[in-house]
Ligand binder design. Structure first.
Ligand code: KG4
Length: 343
């Protein structure tokens, strides 16, 4: 009844993840092995460490995923022969990290004869919204906000993506991480900052809303990051204690206001009636709430991924992989990782 089963593999950054998806898109297994602890002491992801940790983890993640899928079907474990195809994130991401998942998947396909499917990482983040709203259909507008990307996309059809604009410098998640680092709050910064922000006043400190009225869909985050760091240095120099919740809430408000404003313009200009968010920062409660409130007033439906599908995972990679499988869209075993793959 489950039909062909797709194994999906994700290793674009600091999570080694695999999932098994059936032909109805049901996730039969999903395993995410995070490396966060190994990067935390450096205040960010160290690419060389990421590659090595993927190499160490990847076989164990496959075994655990096949066992989990087995349990789903009431057997001990699945064998690679029970699968119909392997989908893998080919880009964008850290090249040395991507290469581990891509080479592993190619090896698995070469050994078993299974067909290989190449998946775009951001298409996975985008389609993670289908876990929340299964009837979500293009056209719609999507804000993609993660540690490596910040863009506004007009999804004209599945597979037909018009990138309306992107950041000209830092990504939103990167700004959260750098502000947290400046405050000595560790990595990743997003969860810590958003937790602090819940108790703070978003109007306490005014930070710039860069490019909010630039008339296009470009974003800039590095000026905001610099102004938060300048604020911290000034307060420290003056010997004034910093109110962390107020600082976090004020910084977060500057980020959220710009994201919402540009998404509103995009929705108005494209005339769509759905908007969604994707990427690690889509877990941010203030951002989710601001979209719901602002678009709720406009009668535009807002979808955000379930919290477990916001950060990097392979279940989200399984959705585009299944679409490609059904379309017969396979990749050759010469597939290479593409760190800068365009959407
Ligand atoms: O999508 P993701 O797991 O990895 C990339 O592909 O980049 O995103 C990770 C990013 C990190 O920068 C992290 O700080 C941020 O997402 N993040 C958050 C929150 N949770 C994770 N940013 C703001 N608020 C959060 N609650």
């Amino acid at each position: 009844a489950a039909g062909p089963l797709i194994l999906s593999v994700e290793s674009s950054c600091d999570e080694t993840a695999m999932a098994v998806t059936d032909s109805h898109g049901v996730v039969c297994a999903s395993v995410v092995a995070t490396q966060i602890d190994f990067h935390a002491r450096f205040g960010g992801v160290v690419p060389e460490i990421a590659s090595r940790k993927h190499t160490e983890a990847i076989v164990g993640v496959l075994e655990e995923t096949l066992a989990q899928a087995g349990a789903h079907f009431g057997v001990d474990t699945l064998a690679p022969d029970d699968l119909a195809a392997v989908g893998v994130t080919a880009g964008p991401g850290l090249v040395g990290a991507l290469v581990v998942g891509v080479a592993f998947s190619k090896g698995l396909c070469a050994a078993t004869g299974l067909p290989l499917i190449a998946v775009h990482h951001l298409e996975g983040h985008l389609m993670a919204n289908l876990f929340e709203t299964p009837d979500l259909k293009p056209p719609f507008v999507a804000s993609l906000v993660s540690g490596g990307n910040t863009m506004l996309v007009h999804v004209r059809a599945w597979g037909d993506y018009e990138v309306l604009g992107a950041t000209i410098d830092d990504a939103v998640g990167e700004a959260f991480d750098k502000v947290a680092k400046a405050l000595g709050l560790g990595y990743p910064g997003g969860p810590v900052i958003s937790k602090l922000a819940e108790k703070g006043n978003r109007k306490a400190i005014h930070f710039p809303r860069a490019m909010m009225h630039s008339g296009d869909y470009s974003f800039s985050l590095s000026g905001l990051k610099t102004s938060v760091i300048t604020y911290i240095n000034n307060e420290n120099r003056a010997g004034r204690p910093i109110n962390l919740p107020d600082l976090a809430a004020s910084f977060e408000a500057a980020v959220v206001d710009v994201q919402v404003a540009k998404a509103v313009t995009a929705v108005e200009q494209t005339g769509v009636s759905d908007v969604c968010i994707g990427g690690g920062v889509s877990a941010n409660p203030a951002l989710r709430e601001a979209y719901r409130r602002r678009f709720g007033r406009m009668g535009v439906r807002v979808t955000v991924p379930p919290l477990a599908a916001c950060g990097d995972n392979a279940a989200m990679i399984g959705i585009p992989a299944l679409r490609s499988y059904l379309a017969g869209d396979f990749a050759p075993l010469t597939l290479d990782a593409d760190p800068n793959a365009a959407l």
